[in-house]
Design a protein around this ligand. Structure first.
Ligand SMILES: Nc1ncnc2c1ncn2[C@@H]1O[C@H](COP(=O)(O)OP(=O)(O)OP(=O)(O)O)[C@@H](O)[C@H]1O
Length: 744
């Protein structure tokens, strides 16, 4: 089924005049509920465009009306195991935050507090109805995406690391690493947590000048229902998207331009994803911004409601048109309505499933159209006939416009439009508030009413799209000016990366996809000249492709190159200090090396050409498998290689190794404690270690995440992580001696 898109026109603000109102709601013949938004052409007031939605809420619509009609019925589905996404879209100042968060008074409360209130009511009911046999737990995550960086809103701004929290694909699911999950048992508790978190957001806003309106805020409510035999997990995600902004019409300084650019870029990528899904393309570019990656519209196999917020006045004319175009495209995304399977508490095997996709451990798929998703729960939507053109989910009508009359009913001269709508709707069951089925989502997609509508691309909408592109270009430029852009890649290399990424997408369910992810990351590190990280990634990829000769050669070449660099650096270090001496930073030279053969080994000259060979160019699947299975001579020796050598050279010496009272493999309590902290992957705990700043902690967590399930078992390995080194490990341990009171 499609994303349900409803439009909401906010009331006039104090400084806005009634005569400037250009956005109106209209009903379709025979309906009582408005479902059409009408707006004049920016070029010619006599022409107007109409956009049809599932519902349109007019200026006087209350928070309660919106919630009761659109959100309330989804709560039941949420408890039936469906995931729910509600997001507010629209340009700045159109009422997104008002819709989602709302005001403090009971009547003004927005979608989020009302949803939580409904959830807690239902929790109580379930517990009562089952006589306590089913327990329901609610937990919250709340974060914002600001300038394409993720920040935990449950953490005060001063605890943030500049680079934000990393996001990772964990078994096919996009997760934000290190996010606080707050159990929350009552509505009162929720209100406290939510208000406090919003304070975090607005405090930053004050500091950064309009920060809050420039980030996407995402609240995830996790509901876990535990009965004697099953655990059922479902999630509601409430997203207050940042408002797009036309940079040509603002006096943005550079900083604001960068923020604005990041917003526009992420919204632009969102629009591209929507476009790609509409066209049923295999590759959805959702990885290109964090917001789309986390939001993952097409991955969300549940219910999705998009509330398009609109300002009624002329001042927002182009922005409103652009939003209307976007929302109309979104309406066409088909989302598989698949409930999360319960998990047997014994964890032996999943319950007989109603869908083929696993429950709480559900592996999210890359965005893809419904046609490629096995959906066991929902009757197949009406299939487009072969050869049919892609259906546009919205209609743009151009007709002579009457003097603006803000009426809910179509003016007489629009009868032609009405007729057209009426004809299209004739075959469909009528849909009104009163006759709406209890289930929020009418299975007969409202877009189907206008299946035959002429896809129209008017001059104005083209202009709006061009304006969007201009914004995008400005965004890119601003980001480059701010020095945040990655080094440019050659077209050929970029193509290879794209190919590799494409293969990863295509093989998401293949066991090798994780290995391919590592290869991709390795290649990216490699191209940025980060040899040590590249090698680490190749090593992580290696177990997925045992015995692959090419991979082995690649790692060997990198090791030689790193060793050569290291020797070079040592030379510089032992040479008299000269002001012109430059040596590679030692952290970049750190790498897990295989057992040092002989110091006398001739230096390898790094051959850039050979490095950019086409070993990772797409191979036919079978070729690929074969090539990685053909050579079993290579053994993954990273661990063994890291055993400290007895050498006169100054290598990190850790006390565990020197402590004669310890058996081999045994660790002191301090070391175990340190490793426990590291393996917790908790950025705050790691950051608190002596000598570890925010950046280093971030690096460590990134490395650990990239190691996936693998843990750091000894200090040697720890010292090999990017940006760590022996000295840092010593510092960490010394810090623990002081703060934890260990004797040794
Ligand atoms: N339905 C409504 N009823 C009353 N006031 C509203 C309504 N919608 C929006 N407003 C008011 O309009 C103003 C802008 O709304 P809001 O801050 O929610 O916009 P926004 O889209 O979230 O903006 P931004 O993207 O900048 O955060 C606020 O003063 C808000 O109180």
């Amino acid at each position: 089924m499609s994303v349900r898109v409803v439009a909401r026109i906010r009331p006039l603000l104090k400084h806005e005049l009634d005569k400037d109102t250009i956005v109106t709601a209209e009903t379709i013949d025979g309906e009582t509920i408005p479902a059409v938004v009408r707006i004049p052409s920016p070029k010619n007031d006599a022409e107007s465009f109409s956009f049809q939605f599932s519902s349109v809420y007019e200026q006087d619509a209350t928070q309660q009306q919106l919630f009761d009609a659109e959100i309330s019925p989804t709560v039941k589905q949420l408890f039936n195991g469906f995931d729910l996404s509600i997001f507010a879209h629209g340009c700045t100042g159109t009422g997104k935050t008002h819709t989602m968060r709302g005001g403090k008074s009971l009547a003004d409360r927005g979608v989020i507090p009302r949803l939580l209130s409904a959830i807690y009511r239902r929790c109580k009911k379930i517990e009562k109805d089952t006589g306590g046999a089913t327990q329901v737990e609610v937990a919250l995550e709340y974060f914002e995406i600001y300038c394409d960086r993720v920040y935990d809103l449950f953490e005060p701004p001063e605890k943030r690391t500049p680079s934000g929290l990393p996001i990772r694909d964990n078994h096919g699911k996009t997760v934000v690493v290190g996010l606080t999950e707050k159990p929350c048992t009552t509505l009162k508790e929720f209100e406290q947590l939510y208000d406090q978190a919003n304070l975090n957001r607005s405090t930053s806003a004050t500091k950064l000048n309009a920060h809050s309106s420039r980030s996407h805020a995402i609240l995830c409510v996790k509901i876990t229902q535990t009965s004697e035999s099953t655990v059922h997990v479902s999630r509601a995600s409430c997203i207050d998207l940042a408002g797009s902004e036309d940079n040509r019409r603002t006096d943005n300084n550079k900083e604001r331009l960068v923020e604005s650019s990041a917003i526009n870029k992420s919204l632009f990528v969102l629009a591209q994803c929507v476009e790609a899904m509409n066209k049923k393309q295999n590759r959805i570019p959702y990885r290109e911004s964090k917001m789309t990656r986390i939001l993952s519209l097409g991955q969300n196999k549940g219910l999705t409601v998009m509330i398009l917020n609109l300002a009624p006045t002329r001042a927002y004319h182009l922005d409103t048109l652009s939003s209307l175009n976007f929302a109309s495209r979104t309406k066409k995304i088909e989302v598989a309505e698949v409930e999360n399977d319960p998990i047997l508490r014994t964890m032996v095997k999943p319950l007989a499933a109603t869908s083929s996709i696993g429950g709480a451990t559900i592996a999210r798929q890359p965005l893809r159209p419904l046609t490629s998703i096995l959906n066991a729960n929902v009757p197949e939507p009406e299939k487009a006939k072969k050869g049919d053109k892609p259906v546009k989910a919205f209609s743009v009508y151009s007709d002579t416009r009457k003097p603006a009359a803000r009426s809910s009913n179509l003016p007489l001269q629009n009868q032609s439009v009405r007729r057209a709508e009426g004809q299209k709707r004739a075959a469909e069951p009528s849909s009104t508030f009163a006759s709406r089925p209890a289930k929020t989502f009418r299975t007969a997609d409202s877009t189907s009413r206008i299946r035959n509508a002429e896809p129209a691309m008017t001059k104005a909408s083209i202009e709006a799209l061009i304006a969007q592109k201009v914004d995008e270009k400005l965004a890119e430029k601003a980001l480059q000016d701010a020095g945040t852009s990655a080094p440019a890649l050659s077209a050929e290399l970029q193509k290879r990366l794209d190919d590799l990424e494409h293969r990863i997408d295509a093989k998401e369910e293949d066991g090798k996809s994780q290995g391919l992810q590592f290869l991709l990351m390795a290649k990216q590190h490699h191209m940025r000249g980060e040899d040590a990280s590249a090698l680490r990634m190749y090593q992580l990829a290696q177990p997925f492709f045992p015995g692959n000769a090419k991979l082995q050669a690649k790692m060997k070449s990198l090791e030689d190159r790193i060793r050569a660099k290291k020797e070079e650096a040592n030379k510089h270090m032992s040479a008299p200090v000269s002001s012109t001496t430059t040596s590679a930073p030692i952290s970049s030279l750190m790498a897990p090396l295989k057992a040092d053969k002989k110091a006398a080994k001739p230096k390898m000259v790094y051959n850039d050409e050979s490095d950019h060979d086409d070993e990772f160019a797409p191979l036919p699947a079978s070729d690929h498998e074969d090539s990685y299975a053909s050579d079993d001579s290579f053994k993954y020796k990273a661990k063994a290689a890291r055993k400290p050598k007895k050498t006169s050279k100054k290598l990190p010496i850790f006390r565990d190794d020197a402590d004669a009272s310890l058996n081999p493999g045994e660790q002191t309590p301090r070391t175990s404690h340190l490793l426990k902290i590291i393996n917790s992957r908790d950025i705050n705990q790691i950051k608190a270690l002596k000598g570890v700043g925010a950046k280093k902690a971030d690096n460590i967590v990134n490395c650990l995440v990239e190691m996936n399930e693998e843990e750091v078992h000894d200090l040697e390995t720890l010292s090999m992580l990017k940006g760590v080194g022996g000295k840092t490990v010593d510092n960490m341990r010394m810090g623990l001696t002081v703060s934890c009171g260990y004797d040794f």
